[in-house]
Design a protein around this ligand. Structure first.
Ligand code: ADP
Length: 492
């Protein structure tokens, strides 16, 4: 299949979250399975892609959009990056979505409208890529939400011409890409599609809604999150339309990059280890305690958090449970950044208990690896979690996680109390303080039984979190989307 993966970010070039990781790993895995995969992404300022650069294609000025260029770079993993160059839209000093001061760019509708437009065009006979026409256009999150709409529009305008199937993946429903409805004019959203059945969301235009309404298939990043977002509690206003499209909605758990996250060959660790010999893990714990300034005590149970410090991640629940944890002699190491009030509370705890609590505020890839390897238990009491990666890393590193019973956490951790034979961690009874207290107590009891603990560790380390299974499921979605054909409203 010719697959065009359209994305606003792709690691290692530009990454603000999990989407960046998926954009790197999924296309590469699909290419390794023999498919012809191209990744379309804006050429932001400072983006350097190493590889064989091909001839660029000029895209003439079009509607509200200035002239642009597509620059192909063949990268080593078998994928071709198509960098969408349009300096006036993408060469900015801030991040992909916000300026240096953290404010949304005022012209985001046009910036990502163009990305969607070009993505859709590659799925038609008018593809600018010299004869390369996508069979499937895979759009990701709100910035690409209009690509399925534009493809549906092409189908209606030229029903006799083949057009690609469209797939939308929702990585986080909290980001909805809403703009003034007046942007529908320059974006070329047809009048009939500006209402409730189209892009309208509380009087505004939502690019994400455009994708949900017009995509031939919709996926999200875990089966549980796919169910949750159809409920009023987690649907953030979209539950109704997601329920209406439930037959085309599927959850596929993200994988992890096992070349980067593998304790047996992790170059960022001072000691490496594997399932049948955890001596390196004990050495990592000692190294972590030393680096964090904690008491160097192998018998102190070491809990860890690596996370954005936000209410979503349940950091307040950790703080709530801290007194009990510390009085039991346990230690806590935290790496993250985010909410100022939560950061302050964490810092105060570290100041009060310097030998038991260590807090590093910032982003530190090396320390994240050392924490995953050196900690005894990883904490992830998130209030919602579309997929989550750290709970998978921690299982691979012999660090059983405590997780809230939500989203991808539920799909990737087996509770050791409910299933003592296959358990890989501890699932909280509820995403609240009591649920965490209960899970902490269960983990502490299990830790005092070395044989039981080894089994939980070994189960997690044996688990397979690679991308291959997920890529096969995406291929199935692509095939079904092609077979099912258009689900779009039938009039322009
Ligand atoms: P989310 O995408 O909601 O932030 P995930 O668990 O899906 O949460 O992914 C977070 C990713 O970012 C993981 O790879 C995690 O290790 C990494 N990460 C988060 N905060 C930090 C930090 N302060 N330093 C290093 N890595 C971090």
């Amino acid at each position: 299949m010719n697959i065009l993966f359209v994305t606003p970010e792709c690691a290692p070039y530009v990454k603000t979250g999990g989407l960046g990781d998926v954009s790197a790993a999924l296309p590469a895995t699909l290419a390794s399975l023999g498919h012809d995969v191209q990744v379309l992404m804006p050429a932001y300022r400072g983006v350097k892609v190493a590889g064989e650069i091909g001839d660029g294609v000029e895209l003439p000025a079009w509607g509200p959009w200035p002239a642009a260029q597509l620059v192909p770079v063949k990268v080593e993993n078998g994928v071709t990056m198509q960098l969408l160059a349009c300096p006036s839209l993408y060469q900015r000093s801030g991040g992909p979505y916000v300026d240096a001061g953290g404010r949304d760019y005022q012209d985001n509708a046009l910036r990502f409208g163009l990305l969607s437009r070009v993505g859709a065009l590659v799925g038609t006979v008018h593809s600018p890529l010299r004869g390369w026409v996508a069979d499937v256009v895979h759009a990701n999150d709100w910035p690409c939400g209009l690509a399925p709409l534009y493809l549906a529009q092409s189908r209606l305008i030229s029903p006799q011409e083949p057009t690609a199937a469209s797939v939308l993946t929702i990585h986080n429903l909290a980001f909805q890409g809403t703009f003034d409805m007046a942007t529908a004019d320059p974006l070329g959203v047809p009048g009939h599609w500006r209402g409730l059945e189209g892009v309208e969301f509380w009087g505004q235009l939502s690019m994400l809604k455009g994708g949900i309404q017009f995509a031939d298939a919709i996926t999200t990043v875990s089966p549980t999150y796919a169910r949750e977002i159809q409920t009023p509690e987690h649907g953030i206003g979209f539950d109704g339309i997601l329920r209406a499209r439930a037959a085309r909605l599927r959850g596929i758990l993200n994988g992890i990059d096992t070349r980067v996250w593998n304790p047996a060959q992790d170059a960022l660790l001072p000691h490496r280890f594997q399932r049948d010999d955890l001596s390196g893990k004990a050495a990592c714990k000692a190294a972590l305690q030393a680096r964090a300034g904690l008491r160097g005590d192998p018998a102190a149970m070491l809990f860890a958090v690596v996370s954005r410090i936000t209410p979503q991640k349940g950091i307040d629940l950790v703080l709530q449970n801290l007194p009990r944890l510390l009085s039991s002699g346990a230690q806590l190491v935290v790496l993250g950044q985010g909410d100022p009030a939560l950061q302050q509370a964490l810092r105060e705890a570290a100041d009060r208990h310097p030998k038991q609590v260590a807090v590093t505020l910032g982003f530190d890839e090396g320390l994240a690896h050392l924490i995953e390897a050196g900690a005894d238990v990883f904490l992830m009491p998130s209030r919602f979690e579309p997929c989550g990666l750290n709970q998978m890393y921690s299982q691979a590193y012999g660090t059983p996680p405590i997780v809230a019973p939500v989203g991808g956490l539920l799909d990737s951790v087996t509770d050791a109390s409910a299933d003592p034979v296959r358990g890989t961690g501890f699932v909280m009874t509820g995403a609240d303080g009591e649920g965490l207290a209960d899970a902490l107590a269960r983990a502490q009891r299990a830790w005092r039984q070395p044989q039981e603990w080894r089994r939980i560790q070994a189960n997690g380390m044996a688990r397979h979190f690679g991308w291959e299974d997920s890529a096969m499921q995406y291929l199935d979605v692509y095939q079904r989307a092609r077979a099912a054909g258009s689900a779009a409203p039938a009039s322009l």
